[in-house]
Design a protein. Structure first.
Lengths: 154, 147
């Protein structure tokens, strides 16, 4: 996978998270995975289709999701209710939209699906024929893993 | 000696959501994200605006606008929504009331749709993530254009 697909997602995540959470952010070591991977438990997925195709996952623990929703809404969430879910979906939406704008500027043309949210324990994701690059983002509120699996359409 | 006017008079400032006649501006929020709708609502109510209703898709927005008319001053309109998108909903609202004041709320990357909306007759647009300053600035600008 070409790294030029990844950078826009990392840059967008940094700028959006900084803006909406007002917090320190640092990037962990990137790694590639081609086998099935465990998920952290609360995951927003956005699909890409066009010149490049694939999906981006924003993966975090339930605890991190609740902390992010609490900060973004200015109120504490005890359970992952509809408003908390809408908040995490919107976060995924904003990051992806900003990344896609950068990719469009680089000349790639494609569309996005609206974000969908998965929650559950012991989830795994397997991508066939395309390896996933994982970018861990560390914040005081917790960790988000941005998991990008995209390829150029032949 | 400093005159009273040298100090910022925070307490005397008229909230942005109140018109010169002393009435709260009436706003319809259209957004399929409960989070964004709540965020806009919080920003506006804190400045004295009255949120008269919220619609979660474009179709509902047109229905509610017709119900509320003429007692409505402004619509905030999301672009990507189920059933009917914000651009179509804008068109339908303007067909019904060509003086409707609609502000588009857009994620980055929808420049073409924002441009189209402005050509059709949207009064302004705001790009997410939303912040208080940006939202109030754009909305007040639109409300002042007519008065």
């Amino acid at each position: 996978m070409r790294v030029e697909y990844i950078n826009p997602f990392v840059e967008a995540a940094f700028s959006v998270l900084k803006e909406v959470l007002g917090t320190e952010i640092s990037r962990g070591e990137l790694y590639l995975k081609s086998s099935s991977q465990p998920m952290l438990g609360t995951t927003a997925i956005v699909g890409l289709t066009g010149d490049v195709e694939g999906r981006v996952l924003f993966d975090m623990s339930l605890q991190t999701a609740l902390a992010i929703a609490s900060t973004m809404n200015g109120e504490e969430f005890k359970s992952f209710d509809d408003l908390a879910k809408a908040t995490i979906s919107e976060l995924a939406n904003m990051i992806t939209a900003q990344a896609v704008t950068k990719l469009h500027d680089l000349g790639f043309k494609f569309d996005l699906t609206p974000p969908a949210l998965f929650t559950g324990e012991n989830m795994e994701v397997l991508d066939t024929d395309v390896e996933a690059l994982i970018v861990p983002i560390d914040m005081p509120l917790g960790k988000i893993e941005i998991n990008v699996a995209v390829r150029e359409r032949n | 000696m400093k005159a009273k006017s040298d100090f910022p008079s925070i307490n005397e400032r008229q909230p942005e959501g109140i018109s010169a006649e002393g009435k709260a501006y009436r706003v319809l929020i259209v957004d399929d994200s409960m989070f964004v709708a709540k965020q806009i609502s919080q920003i506006l109510t804190s400045e004295g605006f009255e949120i008269v209703d919220t619609a979660y898709d474009g179709e509902e927005a047109v229905e509610k606008y017709k119900e509320l008319y003429p007692r409505i001053d402004l619509v905030t309109m999301d672009i990507t929504m189920p059933k009917m998108d914000g651009v179509t909903s804008l068109e339908k609202i303007l067909e019904f009331d060509n003086e409707a004041r609609v502000i588009m709320i857009s994620a980055l990357g929808k420049q073409d749709l924002v441009k189209k909306s402005l050509m059709i007759g949207a009064k302004n647009y705001i790009v997410k993530p939303l912040d208080r300053k940006k939202v109030l600035e754009r909305i007040v600008m639109v409300l002042k254009q007519r008065s």
